[in-house]
Design a protein around this ligand. Structure first.
Ligand SMILES: Nc1ncnc2c1ncn2[C@@H]1O[C@H](COP(=O)(O)OP(=O)(O)OP(=O)(O)O)[C@@H](O)[C@H]1O
Length: 470
């Protein structure tokens, strides 16, 4: 089966999150084998296919064959609840139709048994104990193979596995950036995997020093300086011995600043100095100490809006965002649920992970959930379900009632830009124009605004992008 070459369309001059103007095509995903969740997942591009035949096989295989004038994808799936010729998909105009081939146990779409059904984007198809997902038009990238089977490939570092072609291209770009001495800013909802990605960036960087993670939100303000920059013994009450502090502890490695949006303004100024000068002055010392740092920062907060409100320094944001990567919330990557469940069940906390099984109804419940707390919620839910199933098969009764999801973690509600002090907005605009050398489209992307809006503001403040070009 083909491996994913996942060429990226990322334009590095845009500082991350590349993926624009890529063509879209239909895909069929094998998301989860409920009776063997560790057997991997797969995607099949349907752009050049006219019909798909699905039936039982000894293992998951896919072959593409010419059948008269038709291009046929033959998909074999393991499982004794699957008939040898179970179901078929046929192209119908712009869409696809699923037909049950009088299988013994039936074919289902979104939990309903069907004999024939026109598929809609995101529909979940059940063939025996296998859950598949149809996507009508997903962005792909030039050079990305249509098919990918995770059983045949290994991600370059934990956290980088995905079946989504668009996300794969973004992660491939991040992988290339990881090897360069560029600061990385990871943006994404809580539990979406920012720390896991930060660790992957460190691993791929090949830097010999340690990965030091700091939760910027959890630091007592009075001790911030000494915790970051270290101190010498006796420099203050309680300083019983020399401490290097986080920055020097990460010397030669990677400093991961988690929840960087929670860093108080005073600490932001001090951190900025360290990033500019590449040296720290430990509390109780007068001479600076050189450090060799790679910084990866993460937040779920809208930093650009915080800059405008004066809560986060624009110059520090510019320093931290050498390359920006935005993580998808889990509800936007349901196709990866099987990949993620597999990765989680292989962790040491699941010593019997390879024996875990789900009923089809249990798997359906997972695919239907909204995942407000993302991969962390999936990990916790699996721990509980495995314990409750006690070596048996995970059923819906072992899973929380996901039909009434818990409230989403409160999203920060940024103040509308219109109500922000004009002077603050003007200086923020100027800082971004300088950073992007007068490229208005880049400023607009940075602020999450339309280009026209930026032009209107520039006109209002008498700013000319030409004045910022290098
Ligand atoms: N790709 C992945 N594969 C397997 N497990 C993952 C993956 N990404 C995240 N996890 C797991 O999900 C949980 C949350 O991940 P992580 O702490 O990286 O999220 P986060 O975005 O940094 O969260 P927060 O914003 O709350 O700090 C952890 O248990 C982590 O190991």
């Amino acid at each position: 089966m083909a491996t994913d070459t996942a060429a990226s369309t990322t334009d590095n001059s845009t500082l991350g999150d590349g993926q624009r103007g890529t063509p879209a095509q239909p895909y069929l995903f094998v998301v989860l084998h409920c009776d063997s969740p560790l057997s991997g997942s797969a995607r099949y591009g349907l752009a050049d296919v006219d019909v798909v035949s699905i039936g039982r096989g000894a293992a998951r295989t896919a072959t593409r064959e010419r059948d008269g004038s038709l291009e046929r994808l033959v998909l074999r799936l393991p499982g004794n609840t699957i008939s040898s010729s179970h179901a078929g998909l046929a192209r119908k105009g712009e869409g696809w139709v699923l037909e049950d081939k009088q299988s013994k146990n039936g074919s289902f779409v979104n939990g309903q048994r069907i004999t024939r059904a026109v598929l809609n984007d995101g529909d979940i198809i059940e063939i025996g104990g296998v859950l598949l997902c149809y996507r009508a038009a997903l962005p792909t990238s030039p050079g990305a193979a249509p098919d990918l089977d995770t059983a045949m490939t290994a991600p370059p570092a934990p956290g980088l596995a995905t079946l989504l072609p668009g996300l794969a291209a973004q992660l491939a770009a991040l992988e290339r950036i990881a090897r360069m001495p560029v600061p990385v800013l990871l943006l994404g909802e809580t539990g979406s995997g920012k720390e896991v990605l930060a660790h992957a960036v460190h691993t791929l960087s090949g830097r010999p020093g340690p990965f030091v993670a700091v939760n910027c939100g959890g630091l007592p303000t009075s001790l911030l300086e000494s915790q970051f920059f270290g101190h010498v013994k006796g420099s203050f009450t309680g300083a019983a011995r020399d401490e290097p502090g986080y920055v020097r502890a990460a010397d030669g490695g990677t400093l991961f600043l988690d929840e960087v949006g929670d860093l108080p303004l005073l600490a932001q100024a001090a951190l900025l100095r360290v990033l500019q000068e590449r040296e720290v002055v430990p509390v109780g010392r007068t001479h600076p100490v050189k450090v060799d740092l790679r910084v990866v920062a993460a937040t779920h907060k809208p930093l650009a809006e915080m800059v405008i409100r004066g809560e986060f320094r624009g110059d520090l944001l510019a320093r931290l965002s050498g390359y920006r990567h935005t993580l998808l919330p889990l509800r936007e990557r349901r196709e990866d649920l099987g990949v993620l469940i597999g990765a989680l069940l292989r962790r040491p906390e699941f010593p019997a992970g390879d024996g875990v099984r789900l009923t089809t109804a249990g798997g359906r419940r997972l695919l239907g959930h909204d995942w407000p707390l993302n991969i962390r919620e999936l990990a916790q839910l699996l721990s509980v379900a495995v314990a409750l199933a006690d070596g048996g098969v995970i059923e819906p009764s072992h899973l929380p009632d996901t039909s009434r999801p818990p409230p989403r973690a409160p999203a920060p509600t940024p103040e509308p830009i219109a109500s922000i002090e004009p002077e603050a907005l003007r200086s923020h605009l100027m800082a971004l124009l300088e950073k992007h050398q007068g490229k208005v489209s880049h400023v607009a992307r940075d602020m999450g605004k339309a280009r026209m809006q930026i032009h209107r503001w520039m006109q209002r403040f008498g700013l000319n992008p030409d004045d910022f070009r290098g």
